[in-house]
Design a protein around this ligand. Structure first.
Ligand code: URA
Length: 194
């Protein structure tokens, strides 16, 4: 049996973070950003949350989801009795695109190996997409308006697409939908083997 300790997982995650922070990719956004944002959280997390790319505040701090969207994400985590430290939070793209433009194909493709390595180390029971951009990297065929709140399985992994928390900031209806979708997470985890 292959038993990997928390410390070993953390060390491997630290290696990935160091590569991201070292701006090893020859992408323009890796040079232009203030701080790369590798992602952070519990190496033994049962849930990995995947957003799109860092925004202004994330770029300033080098941490994912620390702006307004992050506040709402923390509120949703609290609503199911979880804290940031319990989960792992990351993005598809690890560097802020200028003026918050959407990341392009080249940027997504170049950063994807970091994300896949993070998932391989953590081995979460559930992968939650925050928004259509991260969902479409794994499931290009899905539409977020139809897929949100539904469980998808592929290659032995379990995925839950959600609307992006930013979509709920100024839209009460969307906020309600997100909170409802989020509230299913404990029951989904219960259905998954440990
Ligand atoms: N939006 C994202 O998709 N990721 C962040 O880290 C912050 C905002």
């Amino acid at each position: 049996m292959n038993i990997v300790t928390t410390e070993e997982k953390q060390a491997k995650l630290d290696e990935i973070a160091a590569a991201v922070i070292g701006r090893e990719l020859s992408l323009e956004i890796a040079k232009s950003c203030l701080n790369p944002v590798p992602g952070e959280g519990n190496p033994d997390a049962e849930i990995v949350f995947i957003g799109e790319a860092p925004g202004k505040q994330e770029d300033e701090k080098g941490e994912p989801f620390v702006g307004a969207s992050g506040k709402f994400l923390e509120e949703m985590l609290q609503s199911i009795n979880l804290r940031r430290d319990d989960v792992f939070i990351t993005n598809i793209v690890k560097f802020r695109p200028p003026n918050n433009r959407d990341p392009n194909e080249e940027e997504i493709k170049a950063c994807l190996p970091y994300l896949l390595a993070q998932i391989k180390i953590i081995q979460p029971r559930l992968i939650v997409f925050l928004g259509r951009h991260s969902m479409n990297v794994f499931f290009p065929e899905l539409k977020i308006s139809e897929a949100h709140g539904k469980v998808f399985r592929r290659q032995g992994k379990v995925f839950l697409p959600l609307y992006h928390p930013a979509a709920a900031l100024y839209n009460g209806g969307m906020r309600k939908v997100l909170l409802e979708d989020f509230s299913q997470i404990p029951a989904i985890l219960q259905t998954l083997a440990k």
